[in-house]
Design a protein around this ligand. Structure first.
Ligand SMILES: O=c1ccn([C@@H]2O[C@H](COP(=O)(O)O)[C@@H](O)[C@H]2O)c(=O)[nH]1
Length: 271
């Protein structure tokens, strides 16, 4: 099954929640002290506690590379594929480079790590996006309007009467989506921008970071981002779910948070 097919199946099962797997070792419960595979074991417990509530998981690459835990990233993705094979995995590595290097980044995500989708920075232009998009069964999730406080600095600059992020969204919808495998990153901190992006990219799934720790607007996200009730969105929460408790009940607390988020989204969707 392709990334998009897997995602649609999860939307139909009633969830648009994406749990981000961003390990911070200093926020792990005490039981992981001295565990050489603490990141993998923590992830495994979170994955098992939330799998039935999510439409995808999203490990963020830097959180593994910075602590030389690339093998645990690979093991985490392998674990999801083996134990929860209906759940797609997004490798959030925000890659982007000249075409020949972009092709290697695509292989890194899809072949080496076994991810179903990867985040890509499209601001270097078409030749840096297409080496990812030619992997027709894989998802390519392009930064469009990000969630961070300075996102507007460049992304909202007007060019030919429209903000730069609109040019990216239109190019994605009209030129890069020949294989039907493109999605966009649109932050929950920018609900007005999200509405404008949905106008020019009516079909593309949105990966929506910024809920929880970043103070994003869940109601505005659902109102402005959905393509149909219960569809179109992968609403990410990382720290808000992973560190809901740092005690022995961390996995139960993570499940509770993911469940609350899923049900709030459902209620806002009217499904
Ligand atoms: O615009 C963006 C793009 C990616 N991210 C990533 O999403 C998660 C958010 O984590 P929270 O703890 O839920 O705030 C993190 O991995 C970011 O690198 C983003 O926040 N904004």
């Amino acid at each position: 099954m392709t990334f998009i097919e897997q995602l649609r199946q999860r939307w139909q099962a009633g969830t648009q929640v994406c749990v981000g797997l961003d390990p911070f070792l200093d926020r792990f419960p005490a039981r992981f002290e001295g565990d050489n595979l603490a990141i993998f074991h923590f992830n495994r417990d979170i994955i098992d506690a939330t799998a039935d509530l999510v439409c995808c998981f999203k490990p963020q690459f830097a959180h593994y590379a910075a602590v030389e835990a690339e093998a645990e990233l690979k093991a985490t993705i392998r674990y999801i594929k083996d134990v929860h094979p209906d759940l797609p995995v997004i490798l959030d590595s925000k890659r982007g480079d000249i075409g020949s290097t972009a092709g290697m980044y695509a292989r890194e995500a899809f072949e080496h790590y076994g991810a179903d989708a990867v985040t890509v920075n499209p601001y270097m232009g078409s030749d840096t996006v297409l080496p990812f998009a030619e992997h027709a069964d894989k998802g390519v999730i392009l930064l469009c309007r990000t969630s961070n406080p300075s996102a507007a600095e460049f992304q909202n600059l007007e060019i030919d009467g429209e903000p730069l992020y609109i040019h990216v969204a239109r190019r994605a919808q009209q030129h890069w989506n020949a294989n039907g495998n493109i999605s966009l990153v649109v932050g929950a901190t920018a609900p007005e921008e999200m509405a404008r992006i949905r106008d020019v990219a009516p079909d593309l799934p949105f990966l929506v970071p910024g809920i929880g720790a970043q103070g994003g607007d869940l109601e505005g996200t659902v109102r402005n981002g959905q393509t149909a009730p219960g569809e179109g969105l992968m609403i990410n929460s990382s720290r808000g779910v992973l560190y809901a408790s740092q005690g022995e009940d961390f996995a139960e607390a993570a499940r509770e948070e993911a469940l609350k988020l899923r049900d709030r989204i459902r209620a806002l969707s009217g499904v």
